[in-house]
Design a protein around this ligand. Structure first.
Ligand SMILES: [Zn+2]
Length: 302
């Protein structure tokens, strides 16, 4: 057998390793064996905030073996992927993703497309409440074959998603007055489809938009950068909270960002949105939110 073909087959097997099958007719649960498994209940702060339910407890159990992923919807229509927990010590977005799963599991056929959710990308790091994975920042090596973020990117490709939302938290000194503000980062130049989604999210929940400098040499390994550079509209969504803690209403604000994403992409309308707002390219062309843009350094986000 051709060596490259064998490598591709092994890669596919590695990505699609464990399938726990359907939870319901409209959802599906998988655990990917990426050596990322961990018992997230060992993280006492995280464990105290887990929105327990049958499905969440099954996810927490499955996460001991690797990276869990849920699919909601009937497999038709547009697909999107929501990722949380690339940095294990950023807890609020992971709690938000589990809460989102609890909320949308009953929506079933009302979902206009397919939603993939990776609520805890690296459960081992969530369990240890730490940022680095195997000694490196997992959101700086998305352009390296076989890394966790590279695998998430490849899943996005395989699912032909129209957009990938990567949900983080931060407590670094970003130049905003309100410590509780929510941040969206994205590449400003090009990527019109991506900008439409992000501008629509901003319009829905009035999130400050942060211009993420995408042209600096160290950026290609950021998941949203690698996705955007390879044709998948993507953004990083930052909710402000301390690393390792779920402060205040940070989980609720992260959840609001996820709902804005699903609304902006037309997958499910959580806001009774005027349909003319969706895919309104004038949002981008008019640059109506440019006064909200703030330049930040790469190491302050993501
Ligand atoms: Zn992060």
């Amino acid at each position: 057998m051709n060596r490259n073909v064998l490598i591709v087959i092994l890669l596919i097997l590695a990505i699609f390793s464990i399938n726990f099958g359907s939870i319901s007719a409209q959802s599906d649960f998988q655990v990917f064996n990426w050596s990322t498994g961990g018992d997230v209940t060992n993280n006492t702060e995280f464990n105290s905030k887990i929105p327990h339910s049958d499905i969440v407890d099954e996810i927490v159990e499955g996460a001991k073996r690797g990276t869990p992923m849920l699919r909601f919807g009937n497999g038709s229509g547009h697909s999107v992927l929501i990722c949380a927990g690339v940095h294990g010590n950023e807890l609020s977005s992971q709690i938000a993703a589990l809460t989102l799963i609890n909320e949308i599991k009953s929506l079933k056929s009302e979902i206009n497309g397919t939603i993939y959710i990776i609520p805890m990308a690296i459960p081992l790091d969530t369990a240890l409440n730490q940022r680095e994975f195997n000694g490196t920042d997992p959101n700086r090596d998305a352009d390296v074959n076989g890394t966790v973020t590279n695998n998430v990117f490849k899943l996005s490709q395989n699912f032909s998603v129209i957009a990938l939302g990567d949900f983080h938290t931060t407590y670094l000194p970003i130049n905003l007055e309100d410590d509780d503000e929510i941040l969206v980062t994205y590449p400003k130049t090009g990527y019109q489809n991506n900008l439409i989604y992000v501008y629509t999210m901003h319009k829905l929940i009035n999130t400050p938009l942060i211009e993420y400098p995408m042209d600096t040499p160290q950026n290609p390994g950021v998941l949203q950068a690698h996705a955007n550079f390879n044709g998948i509209p993507s953004f990083t969504y930052e909710t402000k909270t301390r690393f390792g803690y779920v402060d205040g209403n940070s989980a609720e604000r992260s959840l609001l960002g996820m709902k804005a994403f699903l609304t902006a992409t037309g997958i499910y309308d959580f806001f009774n949105t005027d349909s003319s707002l969706i895919n309104d390219s004038s949002l981008v062309n008019n640059n109506i939110f440019d006064d909200k843009l703030i330049n930040v350094g790469l190491e302050e986000c993501g």
